[in-house]
Design a protein. Structure first.
Length: 127
């Protein structure tokens, strides 16, 4: 009877040790957070905006006409890059409404759009 208990204790101890080793050896690595978007993320032939200066932070790439930048970047744009072949006007309101806050030539970029337009853009389109 004593040998059965000893054998059972050994089995239980072995199972616990195996479980502990499996848990420590098989813990999944946590995924590294994605790097913030920067100027390298802006595709050719698009217009890109970022919520921080120097092309960093939350980012949106779109065509030459974007009637609403959406909730992530509405009234949050600080830097932009016009990689399209058209002059682009950036508007205060969605659907190209309100004041034209900036007009940017093809290929032009601005690491900081300045206090007049900063955090006020809601749409853009060709002009």
């Amino acid at each position: 009877m004593k040998s059965k208990r000893t054998a059972m204790a050994s089995v239980i101890a072995g199972a616990c040790l195996t479980g502990a080793l499996a848990m420590t050896g098989a813990t999944p690595a946590s995924a590294a957070p994605a790097a913030p978007a920067d100027w390298r993320d802006c595709p050719a032939n698009s217009v890109c905006v970022w919520d921080h200066s120097n092309y960093t932070g939350a980012f949106l790439a779109g065509g030459v006409n974007v009637s609403n930048v959406g909730p992530t970047l509405n009234d949050r744009t600080t830097s932009l890059w016009n990689r399209s072949g058209s002059r682009i006007c950036f508007y205060q309101h969605s659907n190209y409404g309100g004041e034209v806050l900036a007009s940017v030539a093809p290929g032009e970029s601005r690491p900081n759009i300045g206090s007049h337009a900063n955090d006020r853009i809601s749409s853009w389109g060709t002009c």
